[in-house]
Design a protein around this ligand. Structure first.
Ligand code: SF4
Length: 414
């Protein structure tokens, strides 16, 4: 059987798109390979949201030159946010790549090497894109330039797809979009994310629903109500703050201030006391002062997030910030700020998770690693435990015995 290999970096949207590509390749008759050397079809799903990610993609592409030379029959394709509308520059720079296709596009050029086979089994926890692109144009972000304007999939299409996935073994879905709070504004009748959640909650056999990413300026109380009232929607939200400084938030073009953000978190916690919150922060934005950095540190200390994704600013070509603002925070200082917040967050997460010691949590088991089962709680905590039974796809009650800032370990209850 011919083999395919997909190399993926970047956001959950990329991971979801790689899963879909893998599924499509398998339907065509390809078999997955962990090694690039054995594959007839190699796809790089790229990310350029930070300079460091772009560097990794370029290194990978450069390293594949020799392989393509040795095996000219191998098909090499690139997708993801490296690929823009005009691919001529990329074709010139990487002549060993056979195809460039835009993120979310279908690889039309691919022919079936053999009789199509049955669709593969999805993961226990599957990803489902519901809206592509972004209309926000935050001043630092390249995503709207690469993924284009917002385009929602219809409620009917999503409900059908989730129903099919559940029929083939998925138990949990995570709905994906760069800004899920914009979902539906471009559809007839303007359904929103809450409407979609009410529909999905009725699917038999589906156990859990999650979604990301929210935008603090757009997240509605109707959505918070839906999360609070729907039994399958998990008590977990991703709500990127990006900064705790109002001047920086304004320069970023985020459309809210720190007070709005604090109010929103207070409203969410009042309605859903057990909610786990995750946020993203971007440090070292042009001209970020020590005091402005401290505003972000204070926000984290005050709001006690379960997880924080911390990134250092890097100018992305074509964005407002790259064109108009000097990248004037030295790399060593950005690194210091990132490490400071990582230490702070580690302490916060350690404290939050330590409170779960001795408690019983419900884990949806996703797989086995190193002889132990692993899965997640409704609040997205990663849990490991031992069990001789086949636990994949099952809800298991686990008593937590050991905690760390990143995961929990326990024993099966009863
Ligand atoms: S909301 Fe802002 S940060 Fe998020 S994808 Fe859109 S432009 Fe980028």
């Amino acid at each position: 059987m011919p083999k395919y290999h997909i190399w993926t970096i970047g956001c959950q949207m990329n991971k979801a798109e790689s899963e879909r590509l893998g599924s499509f390749f398998e339907e065509l008759g390809y078999e997955a390979s962990a090694s690039v050397n054995e594959a007839e079809l190699v796809v790089l799903n790229s990310c350029v949201v930070r300079q460091s990610a772009e560097n990794r993609v370029v290194n990978k592409l450069d390293n594949l030159k020799a392989l393509k030379k040795a095996r000219p029959d191998m098909t090499l394709a690139v997708t993801g946010c490296l690929v823009n509308a005009d691919t001529s520059k990329l074709e010139e720079r990487f002549p060993h790549v056979d195809y460039f296709f835009k993120p979310g596009d279908h690889p039309q050029w691919l022919e079936s090497p053999r009789e199509p086979v049955l669709p593969r089994q999805p993961n226990v926890a599957a990803y489902v894109p519901i809206i592509q692109g972004c209309d926000n144009f935050c001043s630092y972000c390249i995503v709207p330039y690469r993924r284009g304007r917002e385009k929602s999939r219809t409620v009917a299409e999503i409900v059908t797809e989730v129903g099919e996935m559940v029929g083939r073994g998925a138990k949990e879905v995570t709905l994906l979009g760069q800004n899920v709070d914009s979902y539906g504004h471009d559809l007839p009748g303007k359904p929103d994310l809450a409407d979609l959640l009410y529909e999905l909650n009725d699917i038999d056999g589906l156990l859990r629903i999650r979604f990301l990413t929210n935008h603090p300026k757009d997240m509605s109380l109707k959505l918070v109500e839906a999360v609070a009232s729907l039994d399958k929607v998990c008590e977990q939200l991703t709500l990127p703050a990006q900064s705790g400084s109002n001047e920086i938030l304004e320069a970023m073009g985020r459309g809210y201030d720190a007070e709005h953000y604090r109010r929103l978190v207070a409203e969410i916690r009042a309605k859903i006391p057990e909610i786990a919150l995750s946020t993203d922060v971007l440090l070292g934005f042009p001209s970020e002062t020590e005091a402005q950095f401290k505003d972000t540190a204070d926000l984290l200390s005050e709001l006690n997030f379960d997880t924080v994704h911390i990134a250092a600013y890097s100018p992305r070509p074509g964005t407002f910030a790259a064109r108009k603002l000097a990248d004037n925070i030295p790399p060593a200082e950005k690194k210091r700020r990132v490490e400071h917040l990582e230490r702070l967050q580690e302490k916060i997460a350690r404290g939050i998770n330590a409170r779960l010691k001795g408690k019983t949590v419900e884990v949806l088991v996703e797989g086995e690693k190193g002889g132990r089962w692993w899965g997640r709680t409704r609040t997205d905590k990663l849990v490991f435990f031992n069990d001789s039974r086949d636990c994949r796809g099952k809800l298991i009650k686990v008593r937590v015995e050991k905690t760390s800032p990143w995961s929990l370990q326990g024993i099966v209850e009863g």
